[in-house]
Design a protein around this ligand. Structure first.
Ligand SMILES: [Zn+2]
Length: 98
């Protein structure tokens, strides 16, 4: 127990929300080193704002992927550009930078 505690104390737990954002991309790509991943997860547990941010990011990634695949699968002349623009605009709104 004591050993665990000292190990936990050594981790730089005070990840800021700003740093959290910097880790998000690596987190999604699965390239986040284990130690950072642990810190990231801890921040996620403690910070409601970042949970919301991550959820919005995840939706944006899924939406972006869906739009890309959808565009790929359609004949260009059939794509209503207004709709694509609207979706892309909505995507930007979903994770505002503060
Ligand atoms: Zn946060």
């Amino acid at each position: 127990m004591r050993k665990l505690r000292s190990a936990v104390m050594k981790l730089p737990l005070m990840l800021t929300c700003r740093e959290f954002e910097d880790f998000v991309l690596d987190y999604f790509e699965g390239t986040l080193p284990t130690k950072q991943r642990v810190i990231f997860d801890m921040h996620l547990m403690m910070c409601r704002d970042c949970r919301g941010y991550l959820a919005a990011y995840r939706r944006s990634v899924a939406l972006g992927k869906a739009v890309f695949e959808w565009q790929e699968s359609l004949v260009p002349s059939d794509v209503p550009e207004d709709l694509v623009d609207a979706i892309l605009a909505a995507k930007d709104e979903r994770y505002p930078r503060t």
